[in-house]
Design a protein around this ligand. Sequence first.
Ligand code: UD1
Length: 417
Amino acid sequence: MSKFIIKGGKKLSGEVNISSAKNSVLPILAATILSGGKCVIKNSPMLEDVFVLCDVLKTLLAKVNIDKINNIVEVDTSNLSDLNVSDDLVRKMRASFLVMGAMLARFGRFKISLPGGCNIGSRPIDLHLKGLAALGAKIKVGHGYVEAYADKLTGADIYLDFPSVGATENIMMAATLAKGVTIIENAAKEPEIIDLAIFLRKLGGNIQGEGTDTITITGVEKLEGVEYEPIFDRIEAGTFMIAAAITNSAITLRGVNEKYLKPVIAKLREMGVKIDINNDSMFVDGRNKLNPTDIITMPYPGFPTDMQSQMMSLLAKVNGTSIITETIFENRFMQVGELTRMGGNIKIDGRSAIIEGVQDFTGAEVKATDLRAGAALILAGLCAKGETVINDVYHIDRGYVSIEKKLKALGADMERV
Ligand code: UD1
């Protein structure tokens, strides 16, 4: 199994191209099921999670071609079948469950194993199921499986108790081929929801209001295959912004959109990081002395939970006391133990972490416990004294394209062994 070895203390400089968003590509791949034709996803990130969703589609007899050199994924769902998706795939990645809404809309029945995924909390699917039930699906849960049936899905008014990203996406997909109008209230507003809506419209769907609390979907009879290029990965971008800040360096990010990075930009600026934006590029200068701050994770446009672990590494090195409160997932401080091994001074009190900045991290052998916790360890390793060895990097490979190559090109001393 691969590990990363990082010799800390190198300054970063130069430019990095930000890849397309994993969390956009996954629902878009699921939505290709609705098209019943051939879709070409350009500039797709070549990531483990993308390959797992492609395997799910192949299980359903979609024709999938992955061109790793040109970053293109072609999916032809014209001859799909409603076969069951194996436990293994759904356990590997929770987002496999995103095919549920689309499969139900297309075949009127579907059975899938209950989802697994990053071990960052209980992550129920009640909101997905309530939404599909409101559209007329009869749902049975038992023996580790969810089964849903519907002669024809029918539009409905759905109020989500919480603006769940996955539930909003599953309902949007199911409603696109339902009869009549669906209104999702308290919908998630994440940029990846906007991207999915744009993709569904391109397929021929009728969707309005994405990016606001209320999304309206008027069902259509038929969709068709298209070409599409998903938006940039705001979490990868945020991770590189922190890489600059934590190493007291200045780097340029290419291929980003300031609009979707506002919560991260605002916090980093408040801490003293200088950020200059020029169209789709961003110069991030962390060479100033930085100040501590407090962070509360919230649904978009609040501070993203997916940036919480990386921010913790930065705050752990900033003189003074900072507090991070995690409101989205109940078990998302798994990086704390590993950062403590590296000399961090962090205490957990319920849903909050109290961080006393230390002068330096010290290199140690640590383990990536989930995707973003793994990214946090890389960031700590980049500025640590001595050598850091990160085990279980498969978690990191789920969501970051060649992170060691991108960081090496910026000047980091980092190897995959
Ligand atoms: C997506 C992202 C993930 C990100 C998260 C929050 C993808 C593939 N993953 O995950 O990277 O961290 O959004 O921004 O896009 N919940 C329920 N019932 C449900 C569904 C969710 O209680 O039916 C709860 C979850 O347990 C969690 C919260 O809602 O506490 C947020 O989950 P959700 O927004 O659904 O996240 P995901 O779609 O799983």
